[in-house]
Design a protein around this ligand. Structure first.
Ligand SMILES: [Zn+2]
Ligand SMILES: [Zn+2]
Length: 329
């Protein structure tokens, strides 16, 4: 499974960070899903190998502009590029109003159909191919949600010892059994393919969160997850100055939660623009890294725009671009 960050800034963009957007896809697949679509997300996509034609679904976490203002432009560009495949948008119901009103006011229409799913009305979504997606309610000044991407198909190993024990000779039928196709053998025996496939690992799970001031709401979702992607808008000292109205998490509160639920990989994102990239400035993004590292002993990462991560089949997360990795102490 791959994760590509398209925007990692909170509220407003900076010169090096755009506002929220994250892509999730199966490795080696062209199809992908977008989680949040802040303004200019389509510009960010132009700098990647992702194509709007292969975009399967869009998940919006909440109605704040830094998470959805890029939606009308992105949808219009996909139409101008000739997209005809229907697109599913999973989002709060108000996002459908936002999209439809924008189209009405601008007198525009799309070349493809949008299937809206209102996140308030269901608990999960199954896409055509790769993932089941579960929804979790978060705490923010407007309804906000987390989406957990769960791997759907696991290619288990062929149980060769059992095949041989049952007298099923090696040949093309082994390949078909491995693909899950039931067989009728020359001697008339009917073979159930799933009896000969070893489920050698658990499905991988990645949680992508919207804005949230209470990480503990993710306790159930985090139980068997490999990766938690969560906002860390502030450090504790800045959060105290901003006050409770922020309704965001700090590096400390997210790190403490990730440590409690024993999640192996934590990626922080959605940083207040006040945190400079230059580690010698104050406050800097290093302050967020250092604060989180004090409370979390797993693999800690701070997302940058265009960072690409690979979650391998062993549940290990690798940052494929080679900078800005912060390892927990
Ligand atoms: Zn936000
Ligand atoms: Zn928000």
């Amino acid at each position: 499974m791959e994760i590509i960050f398209l925007g990692t800034s909170a509220g407003t963009p900076t010169k090096s960070r755009n506002v929220s957007a994250t892509a999730v896809k199966k490795a080696n697949s062209k199809l992908w899903s977008l989680i949040d679509c802040g303004e200019a997300t389509q510009h960010q996509i132009l700098h990647t190998k992702l194509s709007l034609n292969n975009l399967e679904s869009i998940f919006i976490t909440h109605v704040h502009g830094d998470h959805c203002y890029g939606l009308p432009g992105l949808l219009a560009s996909a139409s101008l590029a000739g997209r005809i495949t229907p697109l599913t948008i999973i989002a709060p119901a108000l996002i459908q109003d936002f999209v439809e009103n924008t189209q009405r006011i601008s007198k525009s229409s799309l070349s493809y159909k949008i299937n809206f799913i209102h996140v308030e009305e269901c608990k999960e979504y199954t896409d055509g191919n790769d993932f089941d997606v579960e929804f979790s309610e978060l705490s923010h000044c407007v309804p906000s949600y987390a989406y957990t991407f769960c791997e759907k198909k696991i290619q288990g190993k062929l149980d060769i010892a059992k095949l041989q024990k049952d007298g099923i000779k090696a040949g093309p039928c082994w390949g078909e059994i491995h693909k899950g196709i039931n067989q009728v053998l020359p001697d008339g025996r009917k073979i159930n393919a799933s009896d000969y496939i070893l489920a050698d690992r658990k499905p991988r799970r990645i949680i992508v969160c919207g804005d949230n001031d209470t990480p503990a709401l993710l306790t159930n979702a985090a139980g068997s997850a490999n990766v938690l992607i969560h906002e860390a808008t502030y450090t504790e000292d800045v959060s105290l100055k901003v006050g409770k109205a922020s309704q965001h998490s700090t590096a400390k509160t997210v790190a403490q939660f990730a440590e409690e639920v024993l999640i192996n990989n934590l990626i922080l994102t959605h940083f207040s623009p006040r945190y400079c990239r230059n580690k010698n400035s104050s406050p800097s993004i290093a302050d967020i890294a250092n604060e989180a590292a004090n409370y979390y002993s797993g693999s800690l990462f701070l997302a940058n725009d265009f960072d690409m991560y690979l979650l391998n089949k062993d549940g290990e997360l690798q940052l494929l671009s080679n900078k800005n990795k912060y390892v927990g102490q």
